[in-house]
Design a protein around this ligand. Sequence first.
Ligand SMILES: C[S@@+](CC[C@H](N)C(=O)[O-])C[C@H]1O[C@@H](n2cnc3c(N)ncnc32)[C@H](O)[C@@H]1O
Length: 237
Amino acid sequence: MLLKTTIPTLDHWKTAPSIDTLRSLYDASAEHWDDYLARLRQPLDYQLLFKSRAVRNGLSHLDHTSKILDCGVGTGAFSLALLDSIAHPVQVSGVDISYPMLTHAQQNLKNRCPALDLRWGDIRRLLFTDDSFDAIIFAHVLEHLADPVAALHELLRVLKPGAPLIGSVTRKGLGQVLMSLRWHNRGYASHQLDAFLQVAGLEAVQTFDYGTGWSKWMCIAAIGVKPRRAITVSSQH
Ligand SMILES: C[S@@+](CC[C@H](N)C(=O)[O-])C[C@H]1O[C@@H](n2cnc3c(N)ncnc32)[C@H](O)[C@@H]1O
């Protein structure tokens, strides 16, 4: 008898999960998401990321009038780490497809910034005007998308020229393959993340490891800057 099994490989992620699949997954996880992050010590690692020299330099222009956007904001953990690392509170916008995640973000962020604007939506089609934000951040959302470069183009559209984009993704490897069985997430090698940001049109791109525990093994961070001149959008990537 021929036994057919599906063995996960490093390229296990073949088809992007539908938005409805992702939304149901995160709707159901919202209640325990902060506990899950705390067990992985992810909030601490996010703080270390925002304290790294590259990111501190990238955010040194922010003041209390600045607006940041957190894409795939979840319960707000990445924004909280940013707010903890800067001298002046900034105005925070966040977008997510999961309403329950946004409800927790509202609780977590409401007393932490002068203005909070959380929106239910898809980061691939942002309802903000061009050149709106002084910085854009994202943590662990790019690896859910079939076309990360197209999503980055949309993020760049709403980022001000000269402003930074800062993000964290899951590192490609065996740990990520195991994670993907539950979270449907892809993983990227640092040269892939670097290439995505460069092809999307960012300048001064740097990718680097961060954190002390889980994130040190499982995550990669990147920073890049939107050029001050117009970006030529390439259809090939
Ligand atoms: C792994 S969680 C990360 C949440 C948060 N950034 C953090 O670090 O805790 C991914 C989040 O991205 C959201 N998401 C997935 N695809 C999205 C999309 N296309 N547009 C907006 N949000 C999305 C999910 O609902 C979920 O809240």
